[in-house]
Design a protein around this ligand. Structure first.
Ligand code: NGS
Length: 320
């Protein structure tokens, strides 16, 4: 072989192929780290300022949010508390909290779907109250528990929770997995002008967003937009797909999926067993895309709902 052919190309074709594939994989790995987001300087302008009309009009100065967005404190996944033995519930009533020294301009309802993960709930609830009480927002935590042994139906649970939060006049809903803990204090729990996927950087995925249309994990959506898209499909039983179906609904209604910068969007996922996967999820997604039948928040059916106000959260127990 001529000595003018570069040394690397003089190797066997399989070796060259492997090197090329390796390089492509490496490029993809680094490219995947990036996703489109609202730059930090535009975040405040993108916020949806809306408060629950039920809160009193106290004569206090308006709360400020720039100071929250610009915080730099962050927690390392390995330093997360594993237990809360001495949690101080100051200021919390029925899972709800109001800032003490200022008048909030933002009210959000956290909807947490749940079944059979007491260990996670015991960490999640106090962690979130500690995290959210520093954000100058008015918020309330709702835990929506599936209290039967039927297949897990997250879409129905969110639809039911959303009905209650909307009836309670919350203008913004944050749909939250119980196993995700925010790590960055700058991650303000608020809706934006468009649906906002909040958990863009999760430690389990090496802080890489797996795909652009992912809305699972933590999603903030205004109550008006949730009504507009008619919430989730009720047809997904078992794990997976209902969130991708929701993303399709969002896009079909000409809404967008917005995100904040990666340094504000880090989460840690608590360990858990994989739920039973819904083998029909791809088929249902396809059927939903082609169907014009009404299916969503306004058609959700269930056997019973039982609401209990507890100190740290309002529990919505559901039998499907
Ligand atoms: C996709 C699932 C989504 C899920 C996402 C991340 O594959 O429902 O993985 O899952 N879509 C389908 O199965 C069609 S995670 O690893 O975070 O539990 O949200």
């Amino acid at each position: 072989m001529s000595k003018w052919i570069p040394k690397v190309l003089r190797r066997r074709p399989t070796t060259v192929g492997c090197v090329v594939l390796g390089l492509i994989a490496l490029v993809q790995l680094f490219a995947a780290h990036g996703y489109n987001y609202i730059p930090l300087e535009d975040v405040e302008r993108a916020l949806l300022f809306a408060v629950n009309p039920k809160i009193g009009k106290e004569n206090k100065p308006p709360c400020v949010y720039g100071s929250v967005i610009n915080k730099t404190k962050t927690v390392d996944s390995t330093d997360l508390p594993k237990k809360f033995n001495e949690f101080m519930p100051n200021g919390i009533v029925s899972g709800s909290y109001m800032p003490e020294n200022c008048r909030p301009l933002i009210s959000v309802a956290l909807l947490v779907t749940y079944r059979n993960r007491q260990n996670q709930l015991d960490v999640f609830v106090p962690y979130m109250h500690n995290f959210l009480r520093k954000q100058n927002i008015h918020y309330k935590i709702y835990v929506i528990e599936q209290e039967d042994d039927k297949p897990w139906n997250k879409g129905k649970l969110y639809n039911i929770g959303a009905k209650y939060a909307i009836a309670d006049k919350f203008p913004c809903l944050i749909l939250h997995d119980v196993d995700l803990l925010p790590l960055d204090e700058s991650n303000l729990y608020a809706c934006l002008g468009q649906p906002r996927h909040m958990s863009a950087s999760i430690d389990k995925f090496r802080f890489v967003l797996p795909y652009d249309t992912l809305v699972g994990g933590v999603l903030a959506i205004s109550s008006d937009q949730y009504v507009q898209i008619n919430g989730f499909s009720n047809r997904f039983n078992g794990w997976g797909g209902e969130d991708d179906d929701l993303a399709a609904r969002i896009l079909k209604h000409n809404l967008l999926i917005w995100r904040l910068p990666p340094h504000m969007s880090r989460y840690s996922m608590l360990p858990h067993k994989q739920e039973a996967i819904n083998a029909d999820r791809h088929k249902i997604m396809q059927e939903n895309l082609e169907s014009s039948a009404r299916d969503g928040m306004d058609t959700v059916r269930y056997e019973s709902v039982n609401v209990k106000d507890q100190r740290l959260y309002t529990l919505i127990g559901v039998k499907l």
